[in-house]
Design a protein around this ligand. Sequence first.
Ligand code: GDP
Length: 445
Amino acid sequence: ATFGNLSDRLSATFKNLRGKGKLSPADVDGTVREIRRALLDADVNLEVVKAFTGRVRDRALGDEVSKALNPAQQVVQIVNDELITILGGQQRRLQFAKNPPTVIMLVGLQGAGKTTLAGKLAKWLASENHTPMLVAADLQRPNAVTQLQVVGAHAGVTVFAPEPGNGVGNPVRVAKDAIKYAKDKQHDIVIVDTAGRLGVDAELMRQAADIRKAVDPDEVLFVLDAMIGQDAVTTAKAFQDGVDFTGVVLSKLDGDARGGAALSVASVTGRPIIFASTGEGLDDFEPFHPDRMASRILDLGDILSLIEQAQKNFDEEEARKVAEKFATDTFTLEDFLAQMQQLKNMGSIKSMLSMLPGARGMRQQLDNFDESELTRTEAIIQSMTIQERRQPKVLNGSRRLRIARGSGTTVTEVNALVNRFEQAAKMMKTVAKGGVPQVPGMGPI
Ligand code: GDP
């Protein structure tokens, strides 16, 4: 994914520190130099890198590290803190108007992902019990209106588009009419999709600024393609000067590009990143959490997002029961089987697995992960007796052999499954009790 290479480089840097007791100034300098190179190679803006590494260096040479029990781990903690800071610090939620409708305007270059985002945002807001409406104010591109109508249909929301001959060519008028319409029809949120150009130009900016002035939006979201590299900063600044915006949406974070844009834009513009878009599907979208993103980049895992995704996919009653079983240590292989069967319904098992701590280290396995493994796992559990499923402790050698034969697998596979189950149960138990699971190889962070 986007930060793959950066993650690998940072992990390697930290690995060099591990096992060292005290850190000498030379150790710190070496580490900071590595971090600096890794960030620059990931296309992070030079000014941002300088400020970032300066702060990391000052802190790493200070008391908090020299007095720490585990200085290497303390350095990771500092890098984590500072990453959170450049990503914007606290999570910034979408702001709603006191008097509906809330108006959200989308701006950005053509191809940045505005129209797709409009659909994602609408679908997400509808799932949060809002009644959003989409507005086609992109009247430049011939099929932009149709594209928004298609997206709206997929999201299951109303799309307001100009009737031929009525306001065509005048996006300001369309946007104003749309807001009137939304008030009448009790839509509490209006999402205005505006025209983009391939490059920044004065006409584009003026049009967006005119719409902004006319509809006085509660949020102006600048959609930024995370794959455009160093250009991201210039583009963001041009939009800030030309229209200004209240928040940023990073799109295409699923790409393989270096993604430094994502790490620069909040610092450079002083505007928070509010959402992240991670694919072409309408569900590939999430509110942006600086702390979780930092954890993912440092491969510390993102347990919270993992749990949230799981909760969205399981029904709530089920999720509550499972959490209780984890907490009370009564989660069995039978429950595990039920969960696996649920997992099959989940869109992207891989993306869920990739949120686990140390996931980058398991990348090979993740890449090789396929559904047939799920099927084998199911077969193994189904070859167990009810007692074995409920009390895996009774699984001695001869039982394991019988199960392997019964399921057409090997004892090694049976062992691996039982181990995995025990580890998962242990980790989930910690999480269910409000604890932080240990990061493999690093100890608790
Ligand atoms: P617009 O011109 O800003 O409205 O951009 P579109 O919404 O039309 O998106 C341009 C292209 O990028 C389309 O092919 C989308 O499917 C694709 N796209 C949008 N968001 C994402 C994303 O988060 N990930 C990926 N991989 N593709 C995206």
